[in-house]
Design a protein. Structure first.
Length: 82
């Protein structure tokens, strides 16, 4: 029998912090999120990372993002302005 603690982490979304998701195409591997303050954050989207795992092929876009560049494995980009 196992004993111990289980920690769960989740995000609470409110009307002040509206969030959007973008589904990625099969060849797309990463997204560059340009924030409204000018900083750039890279989100990588890999397929499942362990045996029989499944992960969502989408990128979560918070309300403080001004532009999203989605990159595929051949170097092509598509730009989305939320």
């Amino acid at each position: 029998m196992l004993s111990g603690y289980l920690c769960l982490f989740f995000t609470i979304f409110s009307s002040k912090n509206l969030v959007r998701t973008i589904d990625l195409l099969p060849s797309e591997t990463a997204a560059l999120l340009t924030l409204k303050n000018g900083k750039v954050r890279k989100e990588e989207a890999a397929y499942g990372s362990s045996f029989l795992s499944q992960s969502s092929r989408s990128v979560i876009i918070p309300s403080d993002v001004s532009q999203v560049e989605i990159l595929d494995n051949s170097g092509k980009k598509r730009v989305i302005k939320p």
